[in-house]
Design a protein around this ligand. Structure first.
Ligand code: ASP
Ligand code: MG
Length: 420
C-alpha cells in the first residue's frame, strides 16, 4: 500500500469550475494500492473576508480598537477555519460526482492535534490510523489545511499560509511517498520570473536551499512547511494546478541533497524589500554591550537578521548596524533608546529604503570565488553594498532598494542562470 498527499491552494480552488478540475487531477492519481489524501485551502479571498468579519465583530476599526489578543484569538480561529471546511465539502462532492468515493475529515475528526497558541498554533501529532485505513480502502480523504484542535477540543489555526504545513505534516504522519503541492505557479524558479523573464524552473532543489529561498522571500512554500519536510525527509513536489491531467506538469521536486547529482554553485537569487537598517553610532566598546543590545531586541520580539560591527573613529567606541523587518524598525529604535544609558550610543539612524538580495546554492560549500563573482557583478552596475551576511550555502547583501531589480538581474546572469 502506498499513500500520496496532494495539496491545493486558494486560487486552485477559487470557484466551482476550478474545484471540478482539482477533482479530475485527483482522479488521475488514483491507482490500485495507493491511498490518497487531499489537503485544501479556503477559496481565494475567503480567509481575508473571514478575518475582516472577525475584526469587525470585535470592534476593531481602521484606527485601532477591538479586543486584546487573549480575548480574540480563540474565536478568530473558529471563524477563519471555516473557509477550509467549506472547500473540503465542495471537493468531496465534486469527486463523488465523477464517481470517486471521497469524504471530508474535519480537524477534530482526525484529530489533527496542536498546541493552544491560537492563530499561530503548532502541530504535535496527527492520529492517522482511522484516516489512513479509510484512504487505504479507496476513499479519497479531503482534509482542511491551516487548522487543528487542542487537547481541550478548541479549534486552532496555524498562521496564514499554513495549509502547506498541514499538507507536509499529514504526509509525514501517513508516511506518504510524496507531498504534491499544486499551486498557481508551475514550480520553483531560479528567481522571480516577473523580474527576470529568463528565470528557469528548477527540476530539483534541496531542502536546505528551499528553506533559504522561502525565508529570504520566495513565496512558493511556507517556510515552516519546508522545515517540516526537511525534518521528516518528505519529498515535496511543487506543480501547477492549472494544467489538465495528462498534459506535462513536471514541477519542482524538493528533496534531500544526495538526490541532486549536478550541484549548482548557485541555484537561485532571492530578494526582499521588507528590510530596514538600524545604525547605532558610537556605542561603547567593551564586553557585554552586544549582549545587552540584542537581548533587549529579542525581548521586544524584534526579528534581527544581518549584524555588522565595526570600529568607530573615536577611541573605545564602535558602530553597530543591524537589519529587521520594516514594520519593526521604529520599535527597534525605541528599544535601543531605552537602554541608551547602559550602552552609551551617540546616534541612532533608521533607513527603510534598503533591500536584501541573496544568492543560494549547496555547491557553494565546495567552491571558492562565489562571493567575488557577486561583488564584481554588483560593482559593475555601480551598486553599493551596505552590509553582507553569509552562511554555508548563502550570501546576502543589503543594498539601496531602488537597485533591487537591477541587482537580481545582474546576479542571475553572472551565475549563468539565464535561460538560453
Ligand atoms: N487559507 C489560509 C490563508 O489564506 C491558509 C492557506 O491558504 O494556506 O492564509
Ligand atoms: Mg500559500
Amino acid at each position: 500500500m502506498s499513500r500520496l498527499v496532494m495539496k491545493f491552494g486558494g486560487t486552485s480552488v477559487g470557484d466551482v469550475e476550478r474545484i471540478a478540475r482539482v477533482a479530475r487531477i485527483v482522479a488521475a492519481e488514483r491507482k490500485p494500492g495507493r491511498g490518497l489524501a487531499v489537503v485544501v485551502s479556503a477559496m481565494s479571498g475567503e480567509t481575508d473576508r473571514l478575518v475582516g468579519l472577525a475584526r469587525a465583530s470585535a470592534g476593531e476599526t481602521p484606527n485601532g480598537g477591538g479586543l486584546p489578543a487573549k480575548d480574540f484569538n480563540d474565536e478568530y480561529d473558529v471563524i477563519v477555519s471555516t473557509g477550509e471546511q467549506v472547500t473540503t465539502g465542495l471537493l468531496a462532492l465534486a469527486l463523488r460526482r465523477i464517481g470517486i468515493p471521497a469524504r471530508s475529515w474535519q480537524n477534530w475528526q482526525i484529530p489533527f492535534r496542536t498546541d493552544d497558541a491560537h492563530s499561530k498554533a503548532r502541530i504535535f501529532e496527527i492520529e492517522e490510523s482511522e484516516l489512513g485505513a479509510s484512504m487505504d480502502a479507496g476513499v479519497v480523504a479531503v482534509i482542511p489545511g491551516f487548522q487543528g484542535v487542542t487537547d481541550d477540543r478548541r479549534i486552532t489555526t496555524l498562521g496564514r499560509g499554513g495549509s502547506d504545513t498541514s499538507a507536509v505534516a499529514v504526509a509525514a504522519a501517513l508516511k506518504a511517498e510524496r507531498c504534491d503541492i499544486y499551486t498557481d505557479v508551475d514550480g520553483v524558479y531560479t528567481t522571480d520570473p516577473r523580474i527576470v523573464p529568463k528565470a528557469q524552473r528548477l527540476e530539483k532543489i534541496s531542502y536546505e536551499e528551499m528553506l533559504e529561498m522561502a525565508s529570504l522571500g520566495a513565496k512558493v512554500l511556507q517556510t515552516r512547511s519546508v522545515e517540516l519536510a526537511f525534518a521528516h525527509r518528505v519529498p515535496v513536489r511543487v506543480l501547477s494546478s492549472f494544467v489538465e491531467p495528462g498534459e506535462p506538469n513536471p514541477g519542482t521536486l524538493v528533496c534531500p541533497e544526495e538526490e541532486i547529482v549536478e550541484k549548482q554553485v548557485v541555484s537561485g537569487v532571492a530578494y526582499s524589500r521588507d528590510e530596514a537598517k538600524v545604525t547605532l553610532l558610537g556605542v561603547e566598546d567593551h564586553p557585554g554591550v552586544a549582549a545587552e543590545i540584542f537581548d533587549a531586541l529579542a525581548n521586544a520580539n524584534i526579528n534581527v537578521d544581518m549584524i555588522v560591527q565595526s570600529e568607530a573613529r573615536q577611541e573605545g567606541r564602535q558602530n553597530i548596524l543591524f537589519t529587521c523587518p520594516e514594520r519593526e524598525a521604529a520599535r527597534a529604535a525605541e528599544t535601543i533608546e531605552a537602554i541608551k544609558g547602559k550602552i552609551g550610543v551617540d546616534e541612532i539612524h533608521i533607513r527603510r529604503d534598503v533591500a536584501k538580495v541573496s544568492v543560494i546554492g549547496i555547491g557553494m560549500r565546495s567552491q571558492v570565488g562565489v562571493a567575488k563573482t557577486m561583488f564584481a557583478a554588483l560593482a559593475q552596475k555601480g551598486i553599493n553594498i551596505e552590509a553582507i551576511a553569509t552562511s554555508e550555502i548563502k550570501i546576502s547583501v543589503l543594498i539601496d532598494a531602488a537597485y533591487t531589480e537591477l541587482a537580481v538581474r545582474a546576479l542571475h546572469t553572472a551565475y549563468g542562470l539565464d535561460a538560453a
